[in-house]
Design a protein around this ligand. Structure first.
Ligand SMILES: [Zn+2]
Length: 146
């Protein structure tokens, strides 16, 4: 095991030559520097995306923007079916209403875990796209976009 002098990642000794990993061995000093710079920027973006609790999407068809919370939906837990209703999300208003009725309200405790994600997936199908790098990164982290 050893750390590559270029990208500072750990590799097995078999994969290394002269202190550099196979990939870094092919690069010049300048290219390694740029690669590390890019990696740091990616890490910063990853961290910021993990800290954020909302994203902004814009509809490419009509220019409308929406700011959407991500992760566990506290508002849904407290305000129930009124959340999809106020968002104009009729499909999920009906789904959550039926789910709440057929499970005698127990289903209600599970919906907040996935509602925001489903809502975002529906928006993307309607032509919404992330407006900034952080919003895009969040969607990638949640496997909504690749
Ligand atoms: Zn390397």
């Amino acid at each position: 095991m050893g750390m590559c002098k270029g990208c500072r990642e750990i590799f097995s000794t078999l994969e290394m030559e002269n202190g550099y990993c196979k990939e870094c061995n092919k690069l010049t000093k300048e290219e390694i520097k740029n690669k590390n710079l890019k990696k740091n920027l990616d890490n910063d973006l990853d961290n910021e995306a993990q800290k954020t609790n909302k994203i902004t999407l814009k509809n490419k068809n009509n220019g409308l923007t929406k700011t959407v919370p991500i992760g566990f939906s506290w508002t849904l837990l407290f305000f129930g079916i009124f959340v999809p209703l106020f968002r104009g999300d009729i499909k999920w208003f009906i789904i959550t209403l039926i789910l709440a009725i057929v499970t005698f309200g127990i289903g209600w405790l599970f919906i907040p875990f996935f509602y925001n994600k489903k809502y975002i997936i529906d928006l993307i199908e309607k032509g919404y796209e992330p407006v900034d790098k952080i919003s895009k990164k969040v969607l990638e982290q949640q496997n909504i976009l690749n």
